[in-house]
Design a protein around this ligand. Structure first.
Ligand SMILES: *Cc1c(COP(=O)(O)O)cnc(C)c1O
Length: 485
């Protein structure tokens, strides 16, 4: 490109005012405000100017439209992107029930109503109307938690990572925490036991080997500066073969004998037994222990998440000894990690479903307990629906069939136990699985599928009520997109 070519192109960049006052810009001013629209258009124009001046054959030369048309199309794209939230509902067709990237547990209706009732009004969050004075935000859930777990006391914070941090800070700052080398786990790429321990101001003493830790290893590591024996649920992995870990009964006994705290990071937070275990492949009921079982076996403190197996909002619970938890109630960290009113409302309503014995209406529990005949029936229905969608669009050849799937609980629970389920597999004659999946994800309500052996798989288990219609809409969107219209 010569100097004069570049100059001519630069001169053809439209003026800001022309763009800002164009009819297509008006709705964006309504949603974003005129000043923001102006700033976004300025960004687009500056970018085009930069590309022209740098002279590198970049996207501009590949895009041989006139500059003014290009500026409008880029501005509209960027404005459209910024006009709506990037946080929006999706359909989870992955078959992973507790999917951390997709927001873990969808809330029960009762929990949603409770959030609605409290969000737009003043509340008793930290106020006791009977006494007419300040109250505590923890009281709203403590009694139900104690009732459901058998704990003497309970305290809630932002998430389980925060629960572990607070519990360790309050009991082991400047002192030693003994943990098995096989339990120094990382969860979700950001929660690492050694780092949380370090952050809490405790000193970590790792004992034993990756696959074997005996009670004697803990015993010999105890010094006069030891405060805590810590057991961590390995959550997202499992060692097969020769494995020796120490039972919580042995650890509880040793802790009591040496006047130490026995703390357990349980992770998933099962409140009661799950039903329909016949549904599990390779299922071992003894792999996941309820909070109550851990406390009964002698754990002084148990920490767990509210949005994993419990099926509530993101929250972290510390349950156990009143004496220890009273120390945490006055810790400065609690102020930093405290929970907001909407979360407390959702959590309280979820716990009340357990109290009422209606936990099988909680979406996560309901999905885990879905039986194969029900899943098969729903898979057949979805399959018929998608075949009709393809036929109505006169979309070429699609092989659509009901298939067996292996679903997962996720969220670090039952890491190697899979649930057998059903799904709908789609193979397009002229469309790769990757392209079809990308089309489903690009739909107005994105559908997140799995891909297996060159086919897109839509797992039925994790579809919520009404999701079938959204899947059909996304399928139709993906077909049109691939056809280029
Ligand atoms: C999931 C998990 C955590 C982290 O909990 P968040 O609620 O995500 O903060 C910590 N420890 C264990 C064992 C877990 O399974």
């Amino acid at each position: 490109m010569t100097f004069s070519d570049t100059n001519a192109l630069l001169r053809s960049i439209p003026a800001m005012d022309d763009l800002l006052n164009a009819p297509w810009a008006a709705p964006f001013s309504g949603s974003l405000g005129r000043e923001t629209v102006k700033k976004i258009i300025a960004e687009v124009l500056a970018e085009i100017r930069r590309e022209l001046c740098s002279g590198v054959p970049g996207s501009l030369s590949a895009d041989c439209r006139p500059i003014d048309e290009l500026a409008v199309s880029r501005a509209v794209n960027l404005l459209r992107l910024k006009s709506s939230s990037t946080l929006k509902p999706v359909v989870n067709a992955t078959g992973v029930v507790i999917h951390t990237n997709l927001g873990r547990a969808p809330l029960a209706d009762e929990a949603i109503h409770a959030v609605n009732a409290i969000a737009g009004t003043y509340s008793t969050l930290e106020y006791d109307p009977e006494q007419g004075e300040r109250g505590g935000r923890n009281v709203h859930v403590e009694w139900s938690l104690c009732r459901m777990t058998g704990a003497e006391a309970a305290l809630v914070v932002n998430n389980n990572a925060a629960a572990v941090l607070l519990a360790l800070s309050a009991t082991a700052q400047g002192r030693e925490v003994i943990v098995s080398a096989g339990e120094l786990v990382e969860i979700g790429g950001s929660f690492r036991i050694p780092e949380i321990l370090d952050f809490s101001g405790a000193k970590m003493t790792a004992v034993g080997c990756t696959n074997s830790t005996r009670i004697q290893d803990y015993r010999s590591a105890i010094t006069e500066n030891t405060a805590v024996l810590l057991k961590v649920h390995p959550s997202n992995y499992r060692i097969d073969g020769f494995v020796k870990s120490t039972s919580r009964e042995e650890l509880a006994e040793l802790a009591a004998e040496r006047n130490l705290v026995f703390m357990e990071d349980l992770g998933s937070g099962l409140l009661g037994p799950l039903g329909v275990p016949g549904n599990f492949k390779k299922f071992h009921a003894d792999r996941e222990h309820s909070v109550r079982e851990c406390l009964l076996a002698g754990s002084n403190i148990v920490t767990f998440s509210g949005d994993k197996l419990l099926g509530g909002p993101q929250i972290g619970v510390i349950a156990g000894s009143k004496k220890l938890i009273d120390k945490m109630r006055t810790h400065q960290l609690l102020r930093v990690l405290r929970v907001d009113k909407m979360t407390l409302a959702a959590f309280d309503a979820t716990l009340r479903l357990y109290l009422a014995g209606r936990q099988n209406t909680i979406p996560v529990i309901r999905m885990i307990e879905l039986s194969k005949p029900v899943l098969l029936e729903r898979a057949r229905r979805l399959s018929r629906m998608l075949k009709r969608t393809a036929a109505n669009l006169h979309a070429g050849d699609f092989d659509i069939a009901v298939v067996e799937t292996e679903d997962a609980i996720g969220g670090g629970s039952f890491p190697t136990d899979l649930l057998s389920g059903f799904g709908v597999a789609i193979r397009g004659a002229a469309l790769s699985a990757e392209t079809l999946a990308a089309g489903l994800r690009a739909a107005p309500v994105p559908v997140i599928p799995a891909i297996r052996e060159g086919r897109v798989i839509l797992h039925i288990r994790t579809l919520l009520s009404g999701d079938e219609q959204l899947v059909a809409a996304a399928f139709s969107y993906a077909i049109s997109r691939a056809a280029g219209d």
